[in-house]
Design a protein around this ligand. Sequence first.
Ligand code: GUN
Length: 283
Amino acid sequence: MAIILDGKALAEEIKEKLRVEVAQSGLHPGLAVVVVGDNPASRIYVDSKKKDCAVCGIKSEEIALPADAGEEKLLAVIAELNQRPDIHGILVQLPLPEGYSEQKVIQAIAPEKDVDAFHLINVGRIMVGNYAFLPCTPAGVMELLDHYGIDPKGKHCVVVGRSDIVGKPQAMMMLHRHATVTICHSRTPDLSAITRQADILVAAVGKVNLITADMVKPGAVVVDVAMNRDENGKLCGDVDFANVEPIASYITPVPGGVGPMTRAMLLENTLTAAKAAVGLQKE
Ligand code: GUN
């Protein structure tokens, strides 16, 4: 029987802490969320981000563009947001519709307002461990582990998935915390031979039941970053939770694990950006 890593509860604690901090700081943090097109998943994410902001006293502004607005228009919107003193964080919801270069769009965001930490400047800063922002999902994973007293130092951390948003920065952050890190991906032969070595296993692929019980070392910490729908349309991650949970020491549920932590980290990054804008460092 594993201990459940309750991201939902921890995210609520973090949001309350941020709410108090925002109220006491006298700052008025502002987050712009840019949405292009009408991807239904993006709609849900954006609505929950706006709700989170309201709870914490962070102003949020949604800029919705039609799918055919065009890259030039989107770049002009970003250029304007870059200039606005009341906007401290800019998030362009991904994926963008066909016809947009995500890289070009991300690089147009002022690095000091890049609360996703996707800009090359911020990616590079993470690499050397001198960063202002961390990408929200891997940062949320680290906070969750810290909260439960799970120290990556000296552990073998296996990250399955090598995306720029999660897998790669997650591996780097584990490395900074002195884990021995292995990154696996779709071309890794005999995936289970490697995942079975993991003291901390992070699954970030997006494939239902990718991680089965035979792939997990008894007593491992299992973190499921994915957000999939099973054949019945039910939310689930990459891990076969029912069969892995009995052998893990700690495990994240989906939903209620990493997802709420990701959202909380976005709020933290927005407050960090607002503080930096007035020359305050985050404690
Ligand atoms: N789409 C899915 N996850 C994310 C995220 O963390 N940031 C942005 N901008 N878009 C996303």
